[in-house]
Ligand binder design. Structure first.
Ligand code: GLC
Length: 428
């Protein structure tokens, strides 16, 4: 369809405008490195986040593929010699104290955090390769990304079961999800969430303080270790993306096969340990005793993004959960917490994120997961409701899944993923 005549033109224009307006560029006092990337929000989040930038690269494919590559290159400047990739890069902190004070973070260096975030960048690089066929770019960026995936396997899988564990809730990207209330020792009562979470994070930081750079020692403390389903789905999917890139671009079938085996192991681990046959859902595992956290969030259906998920499991996730209006099939799906959870907070009363509202990044992953599983009609329905939501409310950080009200930061960059869903629907 000719995009200039589309009823989606306002959506497309706004998504592209936001990507342009949120661009930050300059020279950092961090070894004089140059930065040029899209930040999540110029007002609220003026730094470079690991999973945000990977989402931005996908969005930028619908603006200019050169910018998509630049986004990844800028991000990879933060890759550490041992493979670690930080959750946040703080390129320019001058005048940013107010924003930094709002973030509960610990830094490993004045310019980056000690924590990590979901490894979406493997999927982003595969998408760039599919769009551009640029093998030189892939050869350039694969080594630090492969090193990051190795770092995760080496340092974040203390029990060797193929599933990674996070050491802080924000490493999942779902920072204040109510499924972390219990592991953090919080009551989670809606009106108290924001200050209670801040206090809980400070307690965790104090506990980790003596061992902050020693991942193994932090796991031994068992202060907060969660084998989180969404993180592991993104990791497993990423391993499979890397396997295909290594096979097709590096032409190394042995390494490709090894990466594919690791991906299979993630799905196997999720099935063996996180799948609840009776409930028809996946649960996070908490503590080294691997106790299931039975709070129903979007993560519980996220294995829908895995290519090798058993079709019978996919069907159950869909029929019994995603399409149930009492859980996830609201007027504007997909809420990040099921409607029938006591902690469901559709209107952001708690002032804490990922406690109910619909986010565009999780919708984007689920959209492509549904397409991949052969449920194109449901994927299209999800896409259409997302388009209606954004046409009505504009571009925001997240949305009330019942009323469609836009909430959080205005003009959040990754909500421009709507461009990729429009493209998937043949509207761009
Ligand atoms: C919030 C989100 C996190 C995201 C960051 C920047 O902290 O919880 O997932 O990376 O904002 O957009």
């Amino acid at each position: 369809m000719a995009e200039s005549n589309s009823r989606y033109t306002p959506l497309i224009d706004s998504a592209r405008r936001v990507l342009e307006a949120n661009r930050l560029a300059g020279t950092s006092d961090w070894e004089g490195k140059k930065y040029d990337f899209v930040c999540p929000s110029a007002e609220v989040y003026p730094f470079q986040w690991l999973w945000d930038s990977a989402f931005h690269a996908v969005c930028l494919l619908h603006v200019d593929p050169t910018l998509a590559k630049q986004e990844i290159r800028c991000l990879l400047q933060g890759a550490q010699p041992d493979g670690f990739m930080p959750h946040m890069l703080l390129w320019d902190t001058a005048g940013r104290e107010e924003q930094l004070a709002r973030c509960d973070i610990v830094r490993l260096d004045p310019h980056f955090t000690v924590t990590t975030q979901p490894p979406v960048l493997a999927r982003a690089v595969e998408r760039i390769y599919q769009a551009t066929k640029d093998k030189d770019f892939v050869r350039e960026v694969l080594p630090p990304i492969l090193a990051f995936f190795d770092w995760l396997a080496e340092h974040r899988d203390p029990d060797g079961d193929g599933l990674l564990a996070i050491l802080q809730p924000d490493e999942s990207g779902l920072d204040a999800s109510p499924k972390f209330d219990l592991p953090l020792g919080m009551s989670g009562r809606a009106s108290l969430v924001a200050p209670e979470l801040h206090a809980a994070m400070q307690r965790l930081f104090d506990c980790y303080e003596p061992d902050r750079t020693d991942q193994e020692a932090m796991f031994r403390l068992d202060a907060f270790q969660v084998e989180e389903v969404l993180f592991n789905c993104i990791y497993g999917d990423g391993l499979r993306c890397l396997s295909r890139l290594v096979r097709d671009v590096l032409e190394d079938p042995a390494q490709a096969a090894a990466l594919e085996r690791r991906a299979v192991n993630v799905t196997r681990g999720l099935m063996l340990k996180c799948w609840d046959q009776e409930a028809g859902l996946f649960w996070d595992l908490w503590t080294h005793d691997e106790r299931p956290v039975r709070i129903l969030t979007v993560a519980s259906i996220f294995p829908l993004i895995l290519d090798d998920l058993d079709p019978n499991i996919a069907r159950r996730l869909l029929k019994e959960h995603l399409l149930d209006p009492a859980e996830f099939w609201t007027r504007y799906p997909v809420p990040t917490v099921a409607v029938d959870e006591p902690s469901f907070d559709p209107s952001f009363r708690s002032q804490a994120v990922f406690r109910g509202p619909t986010w565009i990044n999780t919708n984007w992953y689920l959209y492509w997961g549904l397409v991949q599983q052969g449920y194109k009609d449901i994927a299209s329905e999800l896409a259409n409701r997302t388009f209606e939501l954004m046409l009505r409310a504009g571009q925001h950080e997240f949305y009330n899944p019942l009323t469609g009200e836009g909430l959080g930061a205005a003009n959040l960059s990754w909500s421009s993923l709507v461009l990729d869903m429009l493209w998937g629907e043949g509207q761009l």
